[in-house]
Write a protein that binds this ligand. Structure first.
Ligand SMILES: NC(=O)c1ccc[n+]([C@@H]2O[C@H](COP(=O)([O-])OP(=O)(O)OC[C@H]3O[C@@H](n4cnc5c(N)ncnc54)[C@H](OP(=O)(O)O)[C@@H]3O)[C@@H](O)[C@H]2O)c1
Length: 262
């Protein structure tokens, strides 16, 4: 199979009001996509919608809402069904995190992070499968993290949610393939977005200095290329690629390093 075309595709993208999601929407627009963007912040979403039209999107649906709400997910899919008939590309990008020792954190933090990063994504896909089945050269993209490959101290809730997302993605990939729906996992490392300002709990700081992140434009560009080149998984940051390599060939080494930081 050749490169996947993005021309005139029908796209649903969560977490589009800022960061990686916003950049991704802007880079998909020039292909003439019909794009539905979801997030809670209305002002940012409406501004984005104007920009998307200016950049060539052929239709924009804005959905102001919380992806953890069943009604938001159902209404979004219904609007897409009514207006476009089917879906070619679903990108689960909305995500949140928290920092702190697990013992000092709270049950609500773990539940909230799992709700946004895992359950909402999974249930959106469950509802979207019939639309993707009717789509053209359909693809599901799940934005995970390098921390879905390796757990690190003081970030246990987030790591758990991204491990869950990756394990679930691998499980459903063959199920979806039967219906002609492909699946790509994105595993970014640190990216310069407002992600760390949006932490829902700020307990103990991560025990190391935050590495310099990639600009979200670069991450978005790599996601677009990954989509076009039919990749199974992409790792936008070189540090992330190194971490995954070490996780595979020398997990004991990483265990020793992490133990020093616990
Ligand atoms: N930044 C990093 O270093 C990094 C590294 C690895 C992976 N990632 C992953 O990349 C993805 C994007 O993160 P980012 O860096 O772009 O962070 P960001 O700038 O904080 O953007 C997160 C997006 O998710 C949306 N969102 C959060 N909770 C939501 C909810 N309940 N319902 C609907 N939308 C929600 C936010 O919109 P509203 O607040 O308007 O709802 C925002 O548009 C996430 O899945 C994250 O885990 C980020």
């Amino acid at each position: 199979m050749g490169r996947r075309s993005l021309n005139d595709r029908r796209v649903l993208l969560t977490g589009a009001s800022g960061g990686i999601g916003r950049e991704l929407a802007l880079q998909l627009a020039p292909f003439g996509t019909r794009i539905a963007v979801v997030a809670r912040r209305e002002t940012q979403l409406l501004e984005l919608a104007d920009e998307l039209k200016g950049r060539g999107a052929s239709a924009v649906l804005t959905v102001v809402g919380d992806v953890t709400e069943d009604a938001v997910r159902t209404d979004t899919l219904q609007r897409i069904r009514d207006q476009w008939g089917a879906l070619d590309l679903l990108i689960n990008n909305a995500g949140i995190s928290a920092h702190g020792r697990f013992e000092n954190s709270a049950a609500e933090v773990l539940r909230k992070i799992m709700e946004v990063n895992f359950f909402a994504a999974a249930e959106l896909v469950r509802g979207a499968i019939p639309l993707l089945r009717d789509g053209e050269d359909s693809l599901l993209v799940n934005v995970g993290s390098i921390l879905g490959h390796r757990g690190v101290p003081y970030n246990s809730e987030y790591c758990s949610s991204k491990f869950a997302l990756r394990g679930w993605s691998e499980s459903i990939r063959p199920e979806l393939a039967r219906d002609g729906i492909a699946l790509m996992i994105v595993s970014p490392g640190t990216t310069d977005t407002e992600f760390f300002e949006h932490l829902i709990a700020k307990g103990e700081q991560m025990p190391w200095n935050q590495p310099r992140g990639l600009p979200p434009e670069d991450v978005a560009a790599q996601i677009v290329r990954g989509i076009q080149h039919r990749r199974f998984e992409i790792y936008p940051n070189w540090r992330g690629r190194l971490l995954v390599l070490l996780t595979r060939i020398a997990p004991w080494l990483l265990d020793r390093v992490m133990n020093r930081y616990g």
